[in-house]
Ligand binder design. Structure first.
Ligand SMILES: [Zn+2]
Length: 280
């Protein structure tokens, strides 16, 4: 894969705690991920010395804080780039009205200049939730929307624990150094829960301290990596059937001696977080 233009990702914090991203994949060419706050995203583009042509909007899912800016961005930018109309990609099962290219699991988008984006269907938060893997980048880069956050996962609005388990394992079977760009800045609260659930994990303890420091400086804690999620994300650890290690386990979530599989464990961990058990 050498010789390809090095992918560069701009983090654009929008709304309350969402992230939109601008990924430049060839000189003068880029795609956007979830540009749900058009004025901020357009201002970011205008602040660049040479604003790139936006060839694609990759939509992780249909919720307004991810897909709600698509039409406005297309309306604004298409007249400025008449020979390159924007392709709006979204999971076929989410059928968002702005979509011009509905996608399915393993669909491949070949970008001008040689980079390749693979669509990774990751249902459970919504039925049609998609993550987008830039398979050709070195290291690989994946945009995970509201499926996998740094240290957490999305709520199961339209799917079962078993579907979220499959979705998370799909993402964390990527190479360990894969960069992970999620849809929200939830890291500190996710890791607070993670440390409550797995109090014997020195990795999570250190990760929480580090994330608090980064947020105090007003900086984003993203990107993460697949390796980090395997170590510090309780939902990923549950999905993989793992547990807190020496004498710790899931003592705050399971009864003593209770043995459950990955799906069921993930369901129980999700339920504990939804109920805010770590805040009691
Ligand atoms: Zn959502």
């Amino acid at each position: 894969m050498s010789g390809l233009y090095p992918l560069s990702v701009d983090i654009i914090p929008i709304l309350e705690d969402n992230y939109s991203y601008l990924a430049t994949y060839a000189p003068g060419y880029a795609f956007l991920i979830d540009p749900a706050d058009p004025p901020l995203v357009l201002a970011h583009l205008q602040s660049l010395p040479t604003p790139p042509i936006i060839t694609h909007i990759l939509t992780t899912h249909k919720h307004w804080d991810h897909a709600g800016g698509n039409l406005k961005i297309v309306e604004t930018l298409n007249p400025t780039q008449p020979s390159d109309p924007i392709t709006v990609v979204c999971g076929s099962l989410d059928s968002h009205p702005s979509t011009t290219l509905p996608c399915f699991n393993s669909d491949v988008i070949n970008l001008p200049g040689g980079h390749v984006v693979k669509c990774v269907h990751t249902p459970a938060h919504t039925k049609g939730h998609m993550c987008y893997l830039v398979d050709s980048a070195e290291p690989k880069v994946v945009f995970t929307g509201d499926c996998m956050f740094k240290g957490g996962c999305g709520k199961l609005f339209e799917g079962s624990p078993s579907e979220m388990t499959t979705s998370l394992l799909r993402l964390t079977s990527l190479p360990p150094q894969t960069l992970v760009y999620p849809g929200h800045e939830y890291t500190v609260s996710n890791l607070e829960f993670a440390f409550w659930a797995l109090p014997d994990s020195s990795f999570i303890e250190g990760a929480l301290e580090e994330a608090r420091k980064i947020r105090e400086e007003g900086k984003p804690t993203v990107p993460s990596t697949v390796e980090y999620e395997r170590m510090g994300n309780p939902f990923v650890i549950a999905a993989a059937g793992g547990g807190g290690g020496e004498g710790g386990g899931w003592g705050r979530i399971l009864r003593e001696g209770e043995e459950v599989g990955g799906d069921e464990l993930l369901g129980k961990v999700r339920e504990a977080k939804d109920k805010g058990m770590h805040k009691r």
